[in-house]
Ligand binder design. Sequence first.
Ligand code: PLP
Length: 459
Amino acid sequence: MAWLLPTGNQINLQLGWPSAELFPAAELNSSANEVLSSFDSAKAALIYGPNPGIPALRKQVARWLSTVYFGSGASATSIDPARICIAGGASQNLSNILLRFTDPTYTRNIWMVEPTYFLACPVFEDCGYAGKLRGVPEDDEGIDLHFLRARLEQAEKEAAAVAAARGTEDKPLLKVAGYEKIYKHVIYTVPTFSNPSGKTMSLHHREALVRLAIEFDALVVSDDVYDMLCWPADRTVKVTAGAIPIPPRLVDVNLRLDPESKWGNTVSNGSFSKIIAPGARVSWSESTPAFATFLANTGATWSGGNPAQLTSNFVEKILASGALEKHIKDTLIPTYATRYYTMVEAIHEYLEPLGVFISTGKPYLVDNELEVAGGFFLCVSLPKEFPHTSELAAKSIQEQELKFAHGRMFGVKGDAGSRERAEGDGGYGSTLRLCWSFHNEDEIVEGIKRLRDVLVAVL
Ligand SMILES: Cc1ncc(COP(=O)(O)O)c(C=O)c1O
């Protein structure tokens, strides 16, 4: 994907990649050295790995997630390593989840919060869901639950009618022997610092969404890949980096509401791509132990062992030494927070006078007062008088060497309703997604100024 990198004078506010100067290459180098410099540890790292990942990494991930989400006090919850499964990236893990827990002859639909992370659509299509992807509008608190409930009820009625017409029971036809749990629905969401909208789902909606999933036998796949990159929304509020409580994951809400469930109704899909480097291709997921075990045993993993075996060993060392936590706290959060503040201030100064505004939804407050921001993205909405955002994106590349993602890109593939909503009044088609992770502060300001120039030129 190197062809996506900006060339010459180009500024690319579309790329949702960490900037290369932030990669912890030195820390990885010393971890790799440690792993490869003795015969025994090199042998262990270079052999086929255990299906769910090396036990040492699962233990480290469980320890680290426990402190990140629950604090480090004696009474803090300790995550069971049996809930952790290692994979070669959140994208690959999404595919594995679908392979193991869904069946396109039975799983009714994939419900995707829209605007959606568009690169998830082909993963769903690969697994047999082309034509079955459906958008669920994102409201101010993260997901329109009334819309979702109505559509789930409708889909259930349709599935019953199909089974009746077929004269068979409503059951999976492809995944039969050996597949103990096949869900009726999949709900895909990025609830915290969403890609693309930047919104964070409210506590109320998190709980209601999990309850809905339990009621309808749905699996919520929650891409929690931006959670660790969290800071105060206000530049003047001083909080130690990494000290803000991160919004609770849906998987934790699920465990609290339904602790005895064997399979659960939520899987948290985490990744080291945004906090170490995308090329590391190591990720984790958290779910019930039964889910994690079954997920680990895809056919390809039985044959090839864990897909991230070598780099898992490096990541284990970087976690065990505390180097990754330090890197997130001392480098990533301060750098991304500063870039975020710079982008927001530049938008206030250069774009708001044109009627453009940041569409963040309802602010997410910690302890009812501290507004949090984080992740890589925000979206701005454009007033009606501007041409379509896809036209603006093309113009912007041509005339200003500026790239950004336009709203239409984030539609749910194959869903006519999603397309219609994008183009409706105030729909997500009239938004632009801007990313602060890739460029430094000067380039971000220059990018926003170029965007202003594009907008002024068309007015
Ligand atoms: C929401 C979301 N999920 C998944 C990914 C990809 O994660 P990975 O590199 O671990 O496959 C991204 C990367 O942009 C993302 O934004």
